[in-house]
Design a protein around this ligand. Structure first.
Ligand SMILES: [Zn+2]
Length: 327
């Protein structure tokens, strides 16, 4: 999450999938959704998106988002929460949607205010409980953000990050890290507390040296649309330095829209633009890179169809089952 200001919306997980937040930052932005890219030949997953956040002049529901994604070869998404409410929404939506798995956490920039209100422990306990739910495959986004959070809030951030690392390990889930201007402290914390087996730097923001450090530890690096930005030579150097078996791709939608649509609403269906930008920089075939990233993604999170997906309203009560049918 790029931390624009967000406002709450009424809504919840229903058949039409209304979002529960709205992106407030509209100033100077073109609010129309970009056109669909050419479909990918080999499908990929968007391993970090926020479909709970409505954006654009005419926001899309999460099902419309996923239909568009499917039409261009984006096979599924990890829907990421940033507080208790959005984490609950993510876990509930994933239960009813085969193309969605969920990640749950308190965002690092939410932790200080919760701590100040005396509510951080309860929030972490709620995340711990959600982490045990079916189709929750990651704890995230958690981590450290020294860009948005001043010195005074950092103790709460550290405490929250450490608790999230423990929750991930306890539940054998992947960890999705938000690291903004805090590379050294994030690495130090991971090493001190002990990183989960599958650790992902979401929206990787380090340079080539940082990529080598992650590679040495077997940590995954997930690149977002900003890897296509003109001023992102450091990110592209990191991409070149990262081993292919540790690469992931994401949108972080509705933020970080890839070129040539920077500033417009982002969506999982725009993942091919980022992937093609990465392939061009790596001078490799788009399909080869897609196949590699899809394999990596399934190693980290499991398969999207690993568990049966049944909508609660579709399950007949036992007394409604036809006679002779096996339970
Ligand atoms: Zn995010």
């Amino acid at each position: 999450m790029a931390n624009d200001s967000l406002v709450g919306l009424d809504g919840g997980v229903d058949g039409y999938g209304s979002a529960i937040r709205r992106r407030e930052n509209t100033a100077g932005r073109d609010l129309s959704y970009p056109p669909l890219p050419e479909p990918l030949t080999i499908p990929v997953y968007d391993n970090h998106t926020h479909l709970e956040i409505a954006d654009g002049e005419y926001p899309l529901s999460y099902r419309e988002q996923l239909d568009r994604a499917s039409s261009v070869g984006v096979r599924g998404v990890i829907q990421v929460g940033g507080d208790v409410e959005t984490s609950r929404w993510s876990a509930a939506a994933a239960l009813n949607e085969p193309r969605m798995l969920a990640a749950v956490a308190i965002h690092p920039n939410e932790a200080p205010a919760l701590e100040e209100a005396g509510a951080l422990d309860d929030a972490i306990a709620a995340i711990d409980e959600l982490a045990g739910q079916p189709r929750v495959v990651a704890v995230g986004e958690t981590g450290l953000d020294f860009f948005r959070t001043p010195e005074a809030g950092r103790a709460a951030q550290f405490r929250s990050f450490e608790a999230h690392i423990r929750i991930a390990k306890k539940n054998n889930l992947a960890l999705q890290i938000h690291d903004r201007d805090a590379h050294e402290a994030v690495i130090e914390t991971l090493l001190r507390v002990g990183a989960p087996e599958r650790t992902v730097f979401h929206c990787f923001s380090g340079d080539a040296d940082m990529a080598r450090i992650c590679a040495a530890r077997g940590w995954y690096m997930s690149f977002a649309g900003n890897v296509t930005f003109k001023n992102a030579d450091n990110l592209r150097a990191a991409l070149s330095a990262a081993p292919r078996n540790l690469l992931l791709v994401e949108t972080d939608a509705p933020f970080l829209t890839p070129l040539p649509y920077r500033g417009r609403p982002n969506a999982p269906y725009l993942l091919p633009n980022t992937l093609r930008g990465m392939a061009a920089h790596l001078e490799t075939d788009v399909s080869l890179l897609s196949a590699q990233i899809t394999a990596n993604t399934e190693l980290v999170y499991g398969r999207w169809d690993a568990e049966p997906v049944t909508a609660a309203h579709d399950v007949p009560r036992p007394d409604q089952a036809p006679p002779g049918r096996l339970a």
